[in-house]
Write a protein that binds this ligand. Structure first.
Ligand code: ADP
Ligand code: MG
Length: 355
């Protein structure tokens, strides 16, 4: 047997590196959308409109009325690690905004056609720019790549077309546009419920009606009613929980013992970012097991704010998971407070039926 010579090690082309990184951050259209929603909310928007075609693979457009982007920043907007939110590594311990790494728009520009139209309140007009692989490109071949003045309202509109057009294996992995649209609706619904004072809408391209529509002035319960219906909204109880020792504060709405379904719905936000936590889900289900019939599960919206110094948001490229100190103690305390609340609701119910 002939032993072949070792293959030489070479540095990857930066473009390849960027494309690989982009594929890790944006696995499906919904991940791009989540980043765009978070950017719009970070920009102080009170209105956020989402338009989707083919489950987001053909078109994802999000229009906000936030502070906009300065024209001078447009040339570096989509470069990797350019951000207005983080300056030093230490800032990660006090990060108050959703985004923080300057990777989202860069990633999107590597795997989709990206167009940005934006107007700050001081600008006399809006500016439109097109991007590819982190850089400004002309709208049409032969034109200049410079942003073009255009009419527009204050705020930003981001248009993402043909996601994964240059990653054919990923593009082919999506079998159903409606499945992707459902994931998009789930995420828009979560932020629509969580973001106080922000109106959300989401619709399919070509359809006249909206699938989600909430007003900026609605209460959290009303927003839950609009998205999940009265059967859930009519059975909600409010709870709060906090403990200075563990540096956290939580508030939420959770269904009482009247309501139960086959599967738990948990809308979880940690420091205003929609995340998953199987530990919190399990603990809540455990809490409800004494209140609900066997196999019954609750609907819970939980907003947990933890001292940023105790949270590591940087453990996952998509920021879907976060680690925090005293996780067990915090979960136990919150569930204890939910249990107390459910017990009192139960008592008043018994009391009412007796009289
Ligand atoms: P990050 O959010 O981590 O800073 P992004 O790539 O998501 O990185 O965005 C880069 C920068 O572009 C942001 O820091 C922000 O200054 C600006 N930006 C992005 N989206 C918007 C928006 N909708 N409105 C205003 N500014 C935005
Ligand atoms: Mg961002």
């Amino acid at each position: 047997l002939e032993v072949s010579a070792p293959r030489r090690i070479r540095a990857l082309d930066p473009d390849v590196v960027n494309k690989i990184a982009a594929g890790e951050i944006i696995v499906a259209p919904v991940h791009a959308l989540k980043e765009l929603i978070e950017n719009a909310v970070d920009a102080g928007s009170t209105s956020l409109e989402v338009l989707v075609k083919d489950g987001g693979l053909k078109l994802l457009q999000i229009t906000d009325n936030g502070h906009g982007i300065a024209k001078e920043d447009l040339p570096i907007l989509c470069e990797r690690f350019t951000t207005s939110k983080l300056k030093a590594f230490e800032d990660l311990t006090s990060i108050g905004t959703y985004g923080f790494r300057g990777e989202a728009l860069a990633s999107i520009s590597h795997i989709a056609h990206l167009q940005v139209t934006t107007k700050t309140k001081d600008s006399s007009c809006a500016w439109r720019a097109h991007y590819d692989s982190g850089k400004l490109i002309p709208a049409k071949p032969g034109q200049s790549a410079e942003p073009k003045p255009t009419a527009g309202r204050p705020g930003t509109q981001i248009t993402v077309e043909d996601l994964f057009y240059n990653v054919p294996t990923r593009r082919r992995a999506f079998r159903s546009a409606s499945e992707e649209y459902n994931k998009i609706l789930d995420v828009v619904g979560r932020y629509a419920i969580h973001c106080d004072g922000v109106a959300f809408s989401c619709k399919k391209h070509g359809e006249s009606g909206t699938t989600i529509s909430t007003q900026s002035t609605s209460s959290t319960t009303d927003r839950i009613r609009q998205i999940h219906g009265g059967t859930v909204a009519n059975e909600l109880v409010e709870f709060t929980s906090s403990d200075e020792r563990y540096g956290y504060r939580a508030r939420g709405l959770t269904t009482n013992a009247n309501y139960h379904v086959k599967k738990t719905t948990l809308l979880l936000f940690i420091n205003h970012r929609s995340v998953d936590s199987s530990n919190i889900r399990k603990a809540i289900e455990q809490t409800y097991s004494t209140f609900l019939p066997k196999g019954g599960h609750p609907f819970t919206y939980l907003s947990l704010e933890i001292d940023p110094a105790r949270v590591d948001v940087n453990v996952h490229p998509t920021k879907r998971e976060v680690n925090f100190l005293n996780e067990d103690e915090i979960i136990e305390t919150i569930c204890g407070d939910i249990r107390t609340k459910l017990a009192t609701v139960d008592v008043s119910r018994t009391f009412m039926t007796q009289t």
